[in-house]
Ligand binder design. Sequence first.
Ligand SMILES: [Zn+2]
Length: 296
Amino acid sequence: MILEQTGKICDGLYATGHYSIPAFLLTSPAPVLFDAGVAAMGPHYLKDLEMYLGKADALRYLLLTHSHYDHCGAAPFLKDKIPGLQIGADAHAAEVLQRPGAVKLIRALNDNFVEVFKGTIGIEKIPFGPIAVDLILKDGDELDCGGGWTVQVIETPGHTNDCLSYYIPKIKALIAGEAVGVFHNDGIQPEFSSSYSDYMTSLEKVAALDVEILALAHKGVLTGDDPGIFLKNSIETTVSFKGRIEDYLDRFSGDREKVVETILGEDYDETILMQQDKKSFLLNLQAQVRVVAEGK
Ligand SMILES: [Zn+2]
């Protein structure tokens, strides 16, 4: 089954904010929020935290899947509102989120998001700033959240080199960030922006887990048999997308810009509402063409 809205996923797990850029909440005795969407969604997440936890400052942990603008955007806002909040991320993400150039880019992409979507979601600009990561997480770490709830950390690089996924054994749920691809044009969009080979290794690693709930980075939570089907299809789609880029690189004698332009024209339909904004889609596509051209 595919859940395409926010709200309860199962006892203990909720999608908050907006289904296209959700933050997932685990209501264990030490509550955990996975990802923080875009900056402008901060007040929406806060409202949902109040609804599900009684008071927002009961939130103990914010665990980030990676350092992209639409996953860490509201972290500074939430940390400001909830001073005791512990933010966890990969070591490289912790460094990126303090770097002035990266912070400036993340702020610009967050502002651009508001320009594109303010009419459809009803959001206002909230300034993004550097994030101090309290917990440096690595593969195999396990967080005890009380009441029999644990969260296991799985390193899943390939989309970025700082991607982490989180597995909750009690409900067999995987919070995958963008490590497994996202829905796009009725199919799956591969997301190997930093390394194809790392991305495939990560996909195979999580496909071997017993997953009954798969929380995607955008637009949906899969349950029942669908997580297994999605992960299998994601592996196949990733292999064929790489092949498609290679074919175009051959056809255009290695002209990467021409390849990007061609795939953008074929895959990005401007008329579809609530999809990834064009600027971010383009940045990801350029990175994927570079990865394939350079054999990473
Ligand atoms: Zn991303």
